[in-house]
Design a protein around this ligand. Structure first.
Ligand code: FAD
Ligand code: NAI
Length: 466
């Protein structure tokens, strides 16, 4: 049997690409080495982490916020095994959902490791070692990414853990040291702090969340500190040694200076992710990669070998599920003779802590560096009626608009529901909208969205409630 398309990897990039290709009439097959579909995101990433964030937030709410609302329950107790089962239910529901969608779209699915034997040929090795070769016109590589390791520090997923181990812990570590104040460190650090861990985050840079708007990151750090997370910034980890049931972590100032140590019950290594191309046979067929191991592609996701494409975490760009999905749709459309496209200027990113942090477009730092003149409109949730009613007044909305044209260039939100609120900005930016466009759109009252409208009004210093 010869296919139009073989997709290797069924993460958000791969399975979405396969579905779109099938919708467009391409005879499509997927090859996935994990037993379940959905990739990193559904199995060990977005979905399980959000389930634990939701459950641990509810636990903290019941403990700390219910009494103030007059909701009287007994002292909440943690049943971690049950919480982990809740998480797994969410994962299973999602991975089974993908299996169903593949079947519904008549996409053949092979469970096994794919290796590109030649352009147009993928060899699939099943768990029992049996092999078969599939023939195809086109191949899309969507093999995703893996944890970045620290040289000399072994991840055993029990005491020295990656995000994967941090999602599976069977007991609450008394002290959790997190290496890296990025998205994973702050999300999973929040989960375990809420469940009772003392959390210390050691970060190489002198700020948290590099790449996010600086003002938002500063406010975020203040709020996380108030919640009880401790930060050691500008600190370079030099050693993590197993000791007894825990570990000792050694770090020193990044700028040089005397080393310090911290005893930890668990150490989470969260210093980024690297593209995953192991065993794909890229070297043998001469597919080019960049110096970070990402597969090089052109504007149409094509590698340097005709008929072989790549998308998602394994290529350049933010390592986000929705970016991978959009690339999956785009490459499927290109293969079907349509004009697939991804607008990389308008990809939102969200940190699902409490409060949430959400961002789209340029940061102030980026606009300054590019010499673009801009106006800022800012509105705090302390002045938003719904936030006051809900007692979730931490944070603000910040809109950056071009000083001449008023076109929205970037929006940064820290606050409850920021991850939902940001999509109004995404849509405005996708349509080339101005802050005036947002300001003149009617927003329902009382909603947190009104803070977005007020921030848009604030661009021209005419916010009503401030
Ligand atoms: P992946 O999801 O990594 O899928 C690749 C698939 O390819 C895997 O299933 C793998 O088994 C398979 N594979 C690899 N090699 C082969 C081979 N040779 N043969 C067959 N199959 C192969 N992003 C967000 O947008 N929002 C979030 O909230 C979020 N949370 C995250 C939380 C954590 C803890 C982590 C680790 C990541 C998170 N991410 C999040 C990032 C997100 O998971 C990735 O950006 C996304 O999964 C990338 O999709 P992908 O399809 O490129 O690759
Ligand atoms: P990250 O790139 O977000 O953050 C890594 C942090 O570690 C950075 O602050 C970096 O300066 C620091 N660091 C690097 N080396 C260090 C060292 N030796 N010592 C101390 N600090 C060091 O990476 P993270 O958090 O591991 O996440 C990986 C990817 O997964 C991200 O690119 C993100 O896009 C994705 N992800 C997305 C989520 C979301 O969208 N909500 C959630 C979780 C992950």
């Amino acid at each position: 049997m010869s296919y139009d398309l073989i997709v290797i990897g069924t993460g958000p990039g791969g399975y979405v690409c396969a579905i779109r290709a099938a919708q467009l009439g391409l005879k499509t097959v997927v090859v996935e080495k994990r037993k379940t579909h959905g990739g990193t995101c559904l199995n060990i990433g977005c979905i399980p982490s959000k389930a634990l964030l939701h459950a641990s937030h509810s636990f903290e709410d019941a403990k700390s916020h219910f009494p103030a609302m007059g909701v009287v329950v007994g002292e909440p107790k943690l049943d971690l095994a049950k919480m982990q089962a809740f998480k797994q239910e969410g994962v299973d529901g999602n991975t089974k959902g993908v299996e169903f969608l593949l079947k519904k779209n008549k996409i053949d699915a092979f469970i096994g490791t794919g290796r590109i034997a030649a352009a147009g040929q993928v060899e699939v090795t099943a768990e029992d070692g049996s092999k078969q070769v599939l023939e195809t016109k086109n191949i899309v590589i969507a093999t995703g990414s893996d944890v970045t390791r620290l040289p000399g520090i072994e991840i055993d997923e029990k005491v020295v853990i990656s995000s994967t181990g941090a999602l599976e812990l069977g007991s609450v570590p008394k002290r959790l040291v997190v290496i890296g104040a990025g998205v994973i460190g702050l999300e999973l650090g929040s989960v375990w702090r809420r469940l009772g861990s003392e959390v210390i985050v050691v970060e190489y840079l002198d700020r948290i969340l590099p790449g996010m708007d600086g003002e938002v990151a500063k406010q975020f750090q203040r709020l996380l500190t108030k919640q009880g997370i401790a930060f050691k910034l500008g600190a370079k980890v030099t050693k993590v040694e197993r000791k007894g049931k825990g570990a000792i972590l050694t770090f020193e100032p990044a700028a040089g200076g005397a080393p310090e140590t911290i005893d930890a019950d668990a150490v989470l290594v969260a210093i980024g992710r690297v593209p995953y191309t192991q065993g794909l046979g890229l070297e043998e067929i001469g597919i080019q990669k960049d110096n970070k191991g990402r597969i090089l592609t052109d504007a149409h996701f094509s590698t340097n070998v005709t008929g072989i494409y790549a998308i998602g975490d394994v290529i350049d760009g933010p390592m986000l599920a929705h970016k991978a999905e959009d690339e999956g749709v785009a490459v499927a459309e290109i293969l079907a003779g349509k004009a697939g496209h991804v607008n990389y200027d308008v990809i939102p990113s969200v940190v699902y802590t409490f409060p949430e942090v959400a961002s789209v477009g340029k940061t102030e730092e980026e606009l300054k560096a590019a010499g673009i003149a801009y106006n800022v409109g800012k509105f705090p949730f302390t002045a938003n009626g719904r936030a006051k009613a809900n007692a979730t007044t931490d944070g603000f909305v910040k809109i950056l608009a071009d000083a001449t044209t008023d076109k929205v260039l970037g929006v940064h939100i820290i606050g409850a529901e920021a991850g939902n609120l940001i999509h109004e900005a995404v849509l405005a930016m996708e349509f080339g909208g101005s802050s005036e466009d947002i300001a003149r759109s009617c927003h329902a009252h009382p909603t947190l969205s009104e803070a977005v409208k007020e921030a848009a009004l604030a661009v021209e210093k005419r916010a009503i409630h401030m």
